[in-house]
Design a protein around this ligand. Structure first.
Ligand code: B12
Ligand code: SF4
Length: 567
């Protein structure tokens, strides 16, 4: 196991240096852990940007899909993880407004205020440090998360500790607790307030996957990769759960606590650790678990498994990098990613591709063909991101040395969904945005709404495995089909009509799929579209109008306490 020591900076007098100082109250210290404040989907002086909402899909995957965009929020798992692994009284405050944060400080006597942030949110972190100094001067301020990778961060914010890398071990050490004690995984519902086609899905217990975080970092060390760099870079990562046995145990506990049978596995390259994955499969078989897993994996790691192994392991959603083959990333070595994507989908595995726009070899002459190549994968979802030198990565270092970083680009705009933050050899900053936007648009135009695409993949999987000799596999597909066929058929009914005016060809494809669904559905699945379809068509159109008027969505503020006793 590669446990990295967090670094504290010696150049700032307010930051502890030399020997590590523990908090004098140890585990009695009262701790607040907060994410940065919202609202997020607006333009303001603290670095919120309307183009950068606190949403995964709508931010960077389905943002061009209008009312068909998948809208959903995710909690701040890093601080939840820290909270679950310390015995001190601790409050986690997620998605506060500035007022919520200030009120929390005024009404409680916190010894330690921990703030988590990523680089785009540095101005909010600075403001929260300022507010804390003003309203809770006795508190020690600890800042962690990717924001800590900014060079010179200690001079930009007024914090006592800036923690780079893994935070659980740092916080345990700071409180004088056992750093190497086993990690206790918090119960995390992967997403909340899911919304699509103008409908908010109920947050029912068990309906949403549980998030499992087996590790942080990635040993592949791609030059642009910020998560890999933050946890040690090439060859390094931090494993929370070393073995398949440990992982199985955590998943079993989550199954009980959250009543789930699907898991979002938040590991940068889950399938790379084959031994662990295969042991997990062994235990799933022995325990008769028909779990579904959503995982991130690189193409070369996926290729280490047969389709049968992936299906038996319950892999139902795969997030895979589809960088241009010309870029020479080792994770793609030996992989025909188009063929791989097709094969995965035929086995009922939804593929989420991820493609970088603006790689070094891209030019205005070849980029359209590169985007077309990416789009031709016909993935279920496709994320596009600008090639972005992010502080802390080898790429950033290289660009700095070559004098290619653009000055005066606000950190709030360095997120890969806007414009280049560096001088590209052939593509201008303005054009970077045009090509990026075009990629999203083109994927939507050619492949249609992601909701249609995932329905298609589910149906392909169902047809292939409904009579599988493996009962666990059969059960998984039957469960999904039973739960979703009626809803998907209704959504397809509405989509088909909505697209008639926009794109006849896409509308026809949707119609064909709807008929196939009808043949495979039970009584309810066949009847539901007549009822739910028109409702969904109405909510879709209504949502289109709301979005056109500038409607945005924000996550709710959440406060959760552990080991709490009133002061
Ligand atoms: C879930 C997630 C989100 C969620 C939001 C979660 C939230 N509540 O903030 C959503 C989907 C909304 C999101 C949005 C964005 N995200 Co995001 N996201 C992630 C993701 C996939 C998982 C984060 C996570 O929980 N990891 C697991 C936990 C355990 O790790 P951790 O958070 O790093 O925490 C550990 C340490 O950092 C440390 N730590 C963290 N906080 C603290 C606090 C204290 C006090 C201490 C001591 C230590 C500490 O300890 C933790 C345990 O070891 C990461 C990728 C990844 N693999 O981490 C990207 C990631 C964090 N996101 C990123 C980015 C860029 C964005 C966006 C800008 C979108 C975009 N264009 O890419 C937006 C920003 C939205 C906004 N307005 O702020 C980048 C950050 C890059 C950087 N260097 O700053 C990452 C790393 C993805 C990437 N590879 O580019 N994101
Ligand atoms: S394989 Fe993916 S997660 Fe790993 S270093 Fe490369 S980009 Fe990062």
């Amino acid at each position: 196991m590669e446990l990295l020591t967090s670094s504290v900076d010696a150049s700032n007098p307010s930051v502890h240096s030399g020997s590590f100082e523990k908090h004098p109250k140890g585990s009695q210290a009262r701790i607040l852990l907060s994410s940065v404040f919202g609202p997020y989907a607006q333009d303001d002086e603290f670095g919120s940007r309307s183009i950068n909402p606190m949403e995964l899909y709508h931010n960077q995957v389905t943002r061009a899909q209008g009312s068909f965009s998948l809208r959903m929020f995710h909690r701040s798992w890093g601080i939840m993880m820290i909270q679950a692994n310390i015995s001190a009284p601790c409050a986690v405050l997620d998605f506060p407004t500035r007022d919520d944060f200030a009120r929390q400080l005024k009404n409680n006597d916190y010894d330690v205020v921990g703030i988590t942030g990523i680089i785009v949110n540095v101005a909010k972190v600075r403001e929260m440090c300022r507010i804390t100094r003003e309203l809770s001067p006795q508190s020690v301020i600890v800042v962690g998360g990717h924001v800590a990778a900014i060079p010179g961060i200690e001079k930009m914010i007024d914090a006592d500790h800036i923690v780079k890398g893994e935070g659980v071990s740092w916080m345990r050490r700071y409180l004088g607790e056992d750093e190497s004690a086993p990690i206790r995984h918090p119960a995390i519902v992967s997403g909340m307030r899911t919304r699509i086609m103008g409908i908010r899905l109920p947050d029912r217990k068990g309906a949403t996957a549980a998030t499992i975080i087996p590790s942080v970092g990635c040993p592949m060390g791609c030059n642009f990769c910020t998560t890999s760099a933050f946890f040690g870079g090439k060859g390094k990562f931090v494993n929370f759960f070393e073995t398949g046995d440990e992982l199985f145990e955590v998943m079993r506990r989550m199954e009980d606590e959250l009543k789930v049978n699907s898991f979002f596995v938040m590991d940068e390259n889950f399938l790379l650790h084959r031994e662990r994955a295969m042991r997990l499969l062994e235990l799933m078989k022995a325990g008769n678990k028909s779990w579904a897993l959503s995982v991130f994996a690189s193409a070369n790691a996926i290729r280490k498994y047969t389709m049968q192994e992936l299906v038996e392991l319950g892999v139902s959603w795969l997030w895979m990098g589809l960088e241009s083959p010309q870029a020479g990333y080792s994770k793609l070595q030996g992989a025909d990613t188009r063929e791989l994507t097709r094969e995965l989908r035929e086995h009922g595995i939804r593929v989420q591709g991820s493609t970088i726009i603006g790689l070094e070899h891209h030019t205005p002459d070849n980029i359209v063909a590169e985007i077309e190549h990416a789009v031709s994968h016909d993935t279920d979802f496709h994320q596009f991101m600008l090639y972005t030198p992010v502080p802390g990565t080898p790429l950033y270092q290289q660009m700095a040395e070559e004098g290619r970083l653009l000055r005066d680009v606000d950190y709030a705009d360095v997120h890969g969904q806007f414009k280049f933050n560096f001088k590209h050899a052939a593509i201008s900053r303005e054009d970077s945005k045009r090509f990026l936007d075009w990629a999203f648009w083109r994927d939507f135009q050619i492949n249609g709404p992601s909701l249609y695409r995932i329905s298609r993949t589910l149906l392909a999987g169902w047809k292939r495995y409904k009579d599988s000799p493996d009962a666990r596999v059969r059960t998984r597909f039957a469960r999904e089909m039973g739960r979703l066929s009626g809803v998907y058929s209704s959504a397809l009914w509405a989509m088909e009509r909505q697209f008639r005016k926009v794109d006849r060809e896409v509308s026809e494809k949707i119609r064909t799929l709807r008929h196939e669904f009808r043949q495979e559905s039970g009584f309810m699945g066949r009847m539901l579209p007549a009822l739910l379809g028109p409702i969904l068509l109405w909510t879709t159109r209504h949502e289109e109008r709301r979005l056109a008027r500038g409607k945005t969505y924000e996550p709710p503020t959440i406060l959760e306490r552990s080991n709490w006793v009133e002061a």
